[in-house]
Design a binder for this molecule. Structure first.
Ligand SMILES: [Zn+2]
Length: 93
C-alpha cells in the first residue's frame, strides 16, 4: 500500500492537543479548529461545548450560569493549554 498525499497531511497525522485544556486528541475524536487573528486553535468537544454555553448564558444574561461555566473552563485551562488561547479567552469572556 502506498502512502497517498492526503495521508501525509500534518493535521491528519499529528494528533493535536486542545488549546484550552491541553488534552491530546483521540483518533476518533474531532476537534474544532478556530483561526483567530494569526493564531490557530484546536478545541476539544468538551471545551467547545462549554465555550458555546458561555456565549449562550451571556446572551440570556444568566450571570449564575455564566460564572459557573467560566469556573469550569478555567479549571480545565489549568491542566494545560495554550497561552495565546488563554489571552484570547480572557479578552473575549
Ligand atoms: Zn479541551
Amino acid at each position: 500500500m502506498y502512502i497517498t498525499e492526503a495521508s501525509k497531511n500534518p493535521i491528519k497525522v499529528d494528533r493535536v492537543s486542545c488549546s484550552c485544556c491541553g488534552k491530546k486528541q483521540n483518533p476518533l475524536e474531532s476537534f474544532s479548529e478556530y483561526k483567530i487573528n494569526k493564531n490557530h486553535f484546536y478545541i476539544c468537544g468538551k471545551c467547545g461545548d462549554l465555550l458555546y454555553a458561555i456565549k449562550g448564558a451571556k446572551k440570556e444574561n444568566n450571570k449564575d450560569a455564566e460564572l459557573e461555566l467560566k469556573a469550569n473552563v478555567e479549571k480545565r485551562m489549568k491542566k494545560g493549554g495554550n497561552k495565546d488561547f488563554q489571552t484570547w479567552y480572557n479578552k473575549t469572556f
